[in-house]
Design a protein around this ligand. Structure first.
Ligand code: AMP
Ligand code: MG
Length: 411
């Protein structure tokens, strides 16, 4: 065991080394909020107005001045204030104004009494509960003040952020320009989907997987297709990718087989470190710098390629685009619902199905065959079961860590 895992680098170390080298892209563009979903803010978003913009009623009821209530007598109604239709005109002493939720309070209002705390007596309104100054009034600027920063730089814009910007009447936002990512698969055995398979060939899964995830992350994808295991073709692909992209991603050819030319090529074109990561799946992984761009070399096996993209490339893209929030969800504790096979030596990212059991506890089971070529393990799963490097087999009922899939994996 020792000799097999000796020289493997931990996921944390690999991530730390990668992220320490790169700095965020410094280019932004201004977009309409209708086109900004999924993009990262390049600067704080500042409110141009108070929210709410005026003092208004939090309830359907009656606007009152406290002095008018002193006698305890019912009050006549001087008029109405609706949302969008303020009360205008005189508000005589000794009267009340009917008011609806969201309506601007008439000048002089000291409190709003909810309808449920009144009774109608003929044309007059009697107040049946004690009234205190300021009750049921939403003050201008109570939520946001004009000039407040409502979103930091580095925030991904989604359904929790864009409506906030819209509510301020801000129609455009500065976002980091889209990252350009060049992508290709390597391997003589690969066929694109749609072509018939010849003897010994398989379909190219990785380009499809990575492309899909890059699209979801809002990257501009430069798809260079399948590159044969041929040094000249590889060199040409790398040179072109490097000239067009911020990040180049290849898959395959990073292990030690005889047709694995990627390593030699990259020694020539850049400064690349080949790692044997102490994770499973996903042992072979390369990271480094080409002349103009960064480079990530994913393993060939489709599950390994997806896991390394998710666990390593995703945080890298987040940092490149200046994203502040963590790219991955926090891990949680769950009970193993069954026996899980695990060999000590690497950090496992098994694909699991987590559910809340009747007693409220999270319980997780495996999706079955965990081979690095078994992609169906993803489609059934909703989380990773993250099993520590030193851990051995897991018995039913033991605590394990899970990492719920994000939207990138259909979570
Ligand atoms: P390699 O690292 O190039 O030796 O590839 C390791 C394994 O992954 C081999 O079985 C390859 O056939 C397979 N593989 C490599 N690239 C892909 C791909 N794009 N799609 C599906 N399988 C692949
Ligand atoms: Mg290969």
């Amino acid at each position: 065991m020792e000799s097999f895992t000796a020289g493997l680098i931990s996921l944390e170390d690999a991530l730390q080394k990668m992220l320490a080298q790169i700095s965020p892209l410094n280019e932004s563009e201004r977009l309409s909020i209708y086109a900004a979903a999924g993009r990262i803010t390049a600067a704080p978003v500042v409110s141009p107005l108070d929210v709410p913009p005026f003092d208004n009623s939090a309830m359907d009821g009656y606007a009152v001045r406290l002095a008018d209530l002193a006698s305890g007598e019912p009050l006549p109604v001087a008029g109405k204030a609706f949302a969008g239709q303020p009360f205008s005109g005189e508000w005589p002493t000794g009267t009340t104004v009917r008011i609806m939720t969201g309506a601007p309070i008439p000048a002089g209002t000291e409190a709003v009494v909810m309808q449920e705390e009144t009774v109608t007596e003929g044309e007059r309104i009697r107040f049946t509960a004690p009234v205190s100054a300021g009750q049921n009034i939403r003050r201008a600027g109570e939520d946001i003040r004009c000039g407040d920063s409502v979103l930091d730089a580095g925030v991904r814009l989604g359904p929790a952020e864009l409506p906030l910007i819209a509510s301020l009447g801000v129609g455009e936002v500065d976002v980091v320009r889209r990252l350009r990512v060049a992508l290709f698969s390597t391997g003589d055995e690969l066929q694109p989907v749609g072509e018939p398979l010849q003897a010994g060939q398989i379909y190219d899964t990785n380009r499809f997987t990575v492309r899909l995830m890059l699209d979801k992350l809002g990257c501009e994808v430069i798809d260079l297709g399948i590159i044969r295991d041929d040094p000249e073709a590889l060199r040409a692909a790398f040179v072109r990718a490097d000239s067009e992209a911020d990040l180049v991603i290849s898959s395959g050819g990073v292990s030690v087989g005889e047709a694995d030319y990627t390593k030699a090529m990259l020694d020539e074109l850049g400064e690349i470190t080949f790692w044997k990561l102490a994770i499973k799946p996903g042992k072979p992984f390369a990271f480094g710098r080409l002349s103009h761009s960064w480079f990530c070399g994913l393993p060939g096996n489709p599950v390994s390629a997806a896991v390394t993209f998710y666990q390593l490339v995703q945080p890298l893209l987040a940092k490149l685009s200046g994203q502040q929030s963590p790219a991955l969800p926090p891990r949680q504790r769950a009970r193993a619902g069954e026996y899980l096979k695990k060999t000590p030596g690497r950090l496992d990212f098994q694909r699991g199905i987590v559910r809340r059991s009747a007693d409220g506890e999270l319980q997780v089971v495996s999706t079955g065959n965990q081979g690095s070529h078994v992609f169906s393990s993803f489609s059934q799963a909703n989380c990773f079961i993250v099993l520590e490097r030193d851990r051995g087999n897991v018995n039913p009922g033991e605590w394990v860590e899970i990492e719920p899939f994000t939207a990138l994996l259909g979570g």
